[in-house]
Ligand binder design. Structure first.
Ligand code: ADP
Length: 478
């Protein structure tokens, strides 16, 4: 059994959960201890005890540990990628890529630990000096979702630790394996006891403790909009800092002048890869009339040729949906799309994979002739379900692209510099892609959105310091 890490010790919990492979639901990935509220509070106490020393540790100490963790993650990319594909269901190349990203993030923030700087500014008063410095916040609670089991914990953990905070991580119930591997790696990399604590368990108990415990200075959350709202309310009530990354309903505009191959590749990748289970997935393709029919025909052909199979089988393009309830939600939205009068291509449930193993398989679905008011164009589905809307010109396409409560990522396929430039400026999204998939981002630059997608400072890159540090202004009489 895999245990929780509290105060540097591996601890059993009152319950155990079974981590099941969505590609073959007979396959048990492992049994994982579940913490309860009392253990979550113990983890907070351990993080509190570890904070004074860790926040005063040298940048070299923090660099060494984060760099060593990054090296081990990269060296074990194939093995950790296999675990990730097995517990989450993304394909092996996608999973190995995600592990590589996690390793690179640790390396990046190892370097950032050495680069924490400040400002020395002349005072407006004579004989006074002013220094502006950054300090750690204290204990940071990290609550993560199932769709990026190692990259999201990594991109919260690495900056939290680099800037001298201590951490309690509560990973998603469905994917404890990758988070446990991270805890094991960090522990062996030499993190002092209590600096990083892992508490696996239900959000409503373990997560809730982190939200409500007055000792936790800040919460970084990635997950659904509904839970994000709860995080916001709980943190606001006790004036804790918080950062939310939630859903998306990301548009990709395809203009008449687009390179058809580029547009189809970008839509195929960002609509269906990783089974559509990315918050940056394109779920609304907004296509101008002149290219619409050609684009839909080409995309439908490529989509129907995608191999849906065991995530770890060579040649699989799309793995299974993560679990039973997500599959039910995807299928419900497929039914809703039909009721709303959209034309459906694909979207059939497949009971078993090519080896006959039972899993949560679903063929990718494309809805055409859809309109902006349909629920399939308004709600985040979080599956391999994409809809196409017609637009008469660029202006209407831009309007449709922005007509959503979300604002994470947005794309445009065009050969027009004028339209690409205008779209970059006027898209109401945090990340804009020109002739690229809306999903798939670099690890060293800010990640995040606007409107209902995100709240608080950006994650990743140097901007992560905005969340994980607090600024101090010190005045000294000369
Ligand atoms: P998803 O659709 O990704 O499962 P959720 O918002 O349900 O989205 O879950 C994201 C994370 O938030 C998970 O780690 C989950 O356990 C956690 N969570 C769920 N409910 C709560 C809660 N009431 N308080 C704190 N964390 C929660």
């Amino acid at each position: 059994m895999f245990k929780n890490l509290i105060a540097g010790e591996w601890r059993e919990g009152p319950r155990v959960i079974r981590n099941i492979n969505p590609s073959d639901t007979r396959d048990l990935v492992g049994e994982y201890a579940q913490a309860d509220a009392a253990q979550a509070r113990e983890a907070v106490a351990a993080a509190q005890q570890a904070f004074p020393a860790w926040s005063q540790s040298t940048p070299q100490q923090r660099f060494d540990i984060l760099d060593a963790a990054g090296s081990e993650i990269l060296a074990r990319k194939a093995e950790l990628g296999d675990l990730l594909a097995r517990e989450e269901g993304k394909t092996l190349p996608e999973a190995i890529g995600e592990v590589g990203r996690a390793g690179a993030i640790f390396k990046f923030f190892a370097g950032e630990a050495l680069r924490i700087g400040g400002d020395v500014i002349p005072s407006v008063r004579p004989g006074v000096g002013v220094e502006v410095t950054r300090e750690a916040l204290g204990i940071v609670g990290l609550i993560t979702p199932w769709n990026f089991p190692i990259a999201i914990p990594a991109w919260k953990l690495a900056p939290a630790l680099a800037y001298g905070n201590t951490v309690v991580l509560k990973p998603a119930e469905l994917v404890p394996g990758s988070a446990w591997a991270l805890a094991d790696i960090l522990q062996r990399a030499g993190l002092p006891p209590g600096v990083f604590n892992l508490v696996m368990g239900p959000g409503s108990q373990v997560g809730q403790v982190l939200l409500e415990d007055q000792r936790v200075a800040a919460i970084s959350f990635t997950g659904s909009a509904a839970t994000g709202g709860r995080v916001a309310a709980a943190c606001a009530a006790r004036l804790a800092r918080f950062q939310l990354e939630m859903g998306g309903k990301n548009p990709m505009v395809v203009l008449d002048d687009a390179d058809l191959g580029v547009a189809v590749n970008a839509a195929l990748n960002s609509g269906f890869f990783s089974t559509g289970q990315r918050c940056t997935a394109s779920s609304r393709l907004i296509v101008t009339n002149g290219i619409h029919d050609q684009f839909v025909a080409a995309l439908a052909e490529r989509m129907q040729a995608l191999k849906v199979d065991d995530a770890r089988k060579a040649g699989t393009d799309i793995g299974p949906v993560v679990d039973e309830s997500q599959l039910a939600q995807d299928m419900e939205y497929i039914a809703i799309g039909e009721q709303e009068g959209a034309r459906r291509i694909g979207g059939e449930r497949i009971a078993t994979n090519s080896a006959g193993a039972p899993g949560h398989y679903l063929r990718p679905a494309l809805f055409t002739e859809t309109t902006a008011d349909m629920r399939i164009n308004r709600d985040e589905i979080f599956g391999p379900v994409v809809s196409v809307m017609r637009a008469k010109d660029y202006e209407e396409a831009l309007h449709l692209a922005n007509d959503t409560p979300f604002g994470l990522s947005a794309g445009i396929a065009t050969t027009s510099l004028k339209h690409a430039t205008h779209f970059k400026r006027h898209s109401q999204a945090g990340m804009v892609m020109v002739n690229l998939p809306t999903a798939g981002v670099d690890y060293h630059v800010p990640f995040g959105g606007r409107k209902g997608s995100s709240y608080g400072p950006r994650e990743q890159g140097r901007y992560a310091a905005e969340f994980y540090t607090t600024v101090k202004t010190a005045y000294t009489a000369a």
